[in-house]
Design a protein around this ligand. Structure first.
Ligand code: GLN
Length: 281
């Protein structure tokens, strides 16, 4: 069977579900060990039997709602391949934009200076590690309450040759005594009662998804505490749900009345990020 025929066969089956058709392509590229350009050139060639059976096995798991990232073992984020498993949130596209905004902010306000950065609720470590890789002037630390998530984050830190230090504990509390120029977080923000796709609900840790009855609990707790952890002039950068723009603004103003608040949309035009520029507090 050719690559093309095999792909079509799998895509037809996926099309009957609510799953993503593109997953078949990623899986086939992965099991055949081909780069995207090699993959398209190989389209009319025949697939080796062992590749075909590994692919079909993966497709069966995917059709049983195992995330494709758990089958292939990683998710690409900002060009880096992050190891993922059931203990961490699979890094999302939108979060790359949060990282990008923090890097822009650094360039505009701190260019060339050494800064202290922390990532709260680091999960796979994708935000912390990417920042450390992209900007060598950032000294990055990260926290997570989940020991098993931190194992994944540390493995990624080593694999990607980054220099992040990890602390186990609740939000900012394990970082006592430290002071940061930038605090960044993509905390769990789905309201407890909200419907979540089956593949997400069953395979990603609930602790990484839900943020209390309104989905706002972690922002509130971080903002309340952040004063003790920020340098006199500092930035707090959050990713949040698309429908929480006003709530985020009000919450930020409540704790930091003098702050300059910048709210940004993601690439699909949804309100997704709030940057809180704290001048003095
Ligand atoms: N910071 C990690 C990420 O953005 C984990 C987030 C989380 O578990 N809510 O992917």
């Amino acid at each position: 069977m050719t690559y093309k025929d095999l792909l079509k066969k799998a895509e037809k089956r996926i099309a009957q579900t609510e799953l993503e058709i593109e997953a078949a392509k990623w899986l086939l590229m992965h099991v055949s060990n081909l780069t995207p350009s090699q993959f398209y050139l190989a389209f009319d060639q025949s697939v080796k039997p062992e590749v075909e059976s590994a692919f079909m096995e993966g497709i069966e798991r995917y059709l049983n709602y195992t995330p494709i990232q758990h089958i292939i073992g990683y998710q690409t984020f900002y060009g880096y391949d992050f190891i993922v498993n059931e203990h961490v949130l699979i890094p999302r596209r939108e979060t790359e934009e949060l990282v990008e905004q923090v890097l822009y902010y650094y360039d505009d306000h701190f260019q060339g200076q050494k800064v202290d950065v922390c990532d709260i609720g680091t999960g796979s470590g994708c935000i912390a590690i990417t920042l450390a890789k992209e900007e060598s002037n950032m000294k990055v630390v990260a926290s997570d309450i989940s020991a098993t998530a931190l194992e994944v984050a540390k493995a990624n830190n080593q694999k990607l040759d980054a220099n992040v230090t990890f602390y186990e504990g609740d939000l900012l509390s394990p970082l006592k005594g430290m002071r940061f120029d930038i605090i960044v977080s993509n905390p769990p923000y789905i309201p407890n009662q909200e419907d979540v796709a089956k593949i997400v609900r069953t395979h990603e840790p609930n602790i990484a998804l839900f943020g209390g009855d309104t989905g706002m609990i972690f922002y509130e707790r971080i903002l309340k505490d952040a004063k003790k952890y920020l340098k006199p002039k500092g930035l707090i950068a959050f990713e949040h749900a698309y429908d929480k723009r006003t709530e985020m603004y009000d919450l930020a103003k409540h704790y930091y009345p003098n702050a300059n608040i910048i709210q940004l949309k993601d690439l699909s035009g949804k309100d997704r990020m709030t940057l809180i520029e704290v001048i003095s507090h």
